[in-house]
Design a protein around this ligand. Structure first.
Ligand code: UDP
Ligand code: MG
Length: 315
C-alpha cells in the first residue's frame, strides 16, 4: 500500500518546516510507504527554495513547481495527476487540516470507502462569516445538482479510482467542491474542530470568496439561465398587458398626462432585467470560450522526484 499526500503551497514559507515535521511524524506509522507531493503554486516568497531543501533532505518528499500562480484548484490537480499512491490525501500546507487525522482517514479508505472527508466545525469563525456560509450552502443546494456540505473542504483521502475519476474531468473551470461531490462513490465524513492557521495569512479575500460562490452556482448547472427565461417571460407578459391597458385607456379617454412615471418604471425595470440576464448568459458564454481553448490547467517549471514532464489532462 502506498499513500500519497498532495499539498498545494502558495507563499507558505513560514509553516513548511512545521508541516514537514508533522507529516514525517504522522505518516511512517501508517504502514506501507508514502510520498508527499508539495506543489508550489507560483509562490513569491521562499517557498520554492524551502521545498528544494526538504526534498533533498528526505527523498519521500517531492515537489512540483508551477510556472506561475494558477490557483489552488490547479495546484491540487497538478499534485493529483503526479501522485502514484493507492490512496491519495489532499491537505492544506498551513496545518489547518490536522495531519493526525490522516491515520483514521487512510484506515477508512482501506476499509472500502473511496472518499473520506474531514469536515470542520466553524467554531471560532466570525459570526458574519458563519452566517453567510450557512446561507450560501442552503441556497446553493437548492440550485445545483450535486449536494455540497457546509464545512466540507478539500481535506480528504481518495482511493485510486476516485482520483482517476477526478482526473478524467477535464474542465478548465474547476470548482473542486462540486467535482468531488459529482464523482460520487462511497463517501464517509469525520468531523474535527476548526483550527486556525499555523503561520502566514489566508489568501481568501472577500472578493475571492464572492467569486468562488458564483463559480459554485454557475459551474454545476444552467438553472440561472432557466430563471432568466421564466423571469423574462413573466416580465414580458406583464409589460404587454400593461401596454394593452395603456392603449385602450388612450383610445377611450384620450392622451392626458405625460406618463413620465410609468415610462420610467417600464424602462428601468426592463433595462435592469436585461442587463442582469445578459450577465448570466455572458457568464456561461465566457465559460464556453475558456473551455473551448483547451489550455492545460497548469504548467510545471521544475520538479524533483515527481516526473519531469509538464502534465496536462487527457481531454
Ligand atoms: N493555495 C494555493 N494557491 C493559491 C492559494 C492558496 O496553492 O492561489 C494553497 C495554500 O498554500 C494552502 C491552501 O491552498 O495550502 C489553502 O489556502 P488558504 O489557507 O489561504 O485558504 P483558507 O484555509 O483560508 O481557506
Ligand atoms: Mg488555510
Amino acid at each position: 500500500m502506498r499513500i500519497s499526500v498532495v499539498v498545494p503551497c502558495f507563499n507558505e514559507e513560514a509553516g513548511l518546516e512545521e508541516l514537514y515535521a508533522a507529516l514525517s511524524r504522522v505518516l511512517p506509522p501508517l504502514g506501507g510507504d508514502f510520498e508527499v507531493l508539495l506543489v508550489d503554486d507560483g509562490s513569491t516568497d521562499k517557498t520554492l527554495p524551502l521545498l528544494r531543501t526538504i526534498a533533498e533532505r528526505d527523498a519521500r518528499f517531492k515537489y512540483l513547481a508551477l510556472s506561475r500562480n494558477f490557483g489552488k484548484e490547479a495546484a491540487m490537480l497538478a499534485g493529483l495527476s503526479h501522485a502514484t499512491g493507492d490512496y491519495v490525501a489532499i491537505m492544506d500546507a498551513d496545518l489547518q487540516h490536522p495531519p493526525e487525522l490522516l491515520g483514521r482517514m487512510v484506515e477508512m479508505v482501506g476499509a472500502g470507502y473511496d472518499q473520506v472527508i474531514a469536515r470542520r466545525t466553524r467554531k471560532g469563525e466570525a459570526t458574519v462569516r458563519k452566517l453567510v456560509s450557512t446561507l450560501y450552502y442552503k441556497m446553493i443546494n437548492k440550485v445545483i445538482d450535486v449536494e455540497l456540505e457546509n464545512g466540507v473542504g478539500d481535506f480528504r483521502v481518495l482511493s485510486r479510482r476516485a482520483v482517476q475519476a477526478l482526473l478524467s474531468l477535464g474542465e478548465y473551470n474547476r470548482f473542486s467542491k462540486g467535482l468531488f461531490a459529482w464523482i460520487g462513490f462511497d463517501t464517509a465524513v469525520i468531523d474535527y474542530e476548526n483550527v486556525t492557521r499555523s503561520a502566514g495569512n489566508s489568501s481568501w479575500t472577500f472578493r475571492k470568496l464572492l467569486n468562488y460562490g458564483i463559480d459554485g452556482v454557475v459551474s454545476f448547472n444552467s438553472k440561472p439561465l432557466r430563471v432568466a427565461i421564466y423571469l423574462g417571460a413573466l416580465v414580458t407578459v406583464l409589460a404587454f398587458a400593461y401596454a394593452v391597458w395603456v392603449l385602450v385607456d388612450a383610445v377611450r379617454n384620450g392622451v392626458d398626462a405625460p406618463g413620465y412615471v410609468t415610462l420610467m418604471c417600464g424602462v428601468l425595470v426592463l433595462g435592469g432585467l436585461q442587463l442582469l440576464f445578459l450577465g448570466v448568459i455572458g457568464e456561461y458564454v465566457g465559460r464556453i470560450y475558456f473551455e473551448s481553448k483547451r489550455r492545460p490547467h497548469f504548467l510545471v517549471k521544475e520538479s524533483a522526484g515527481a516526473g519531469h514532464i509538464p502534465v496536462t489532462l487527457p481531454l
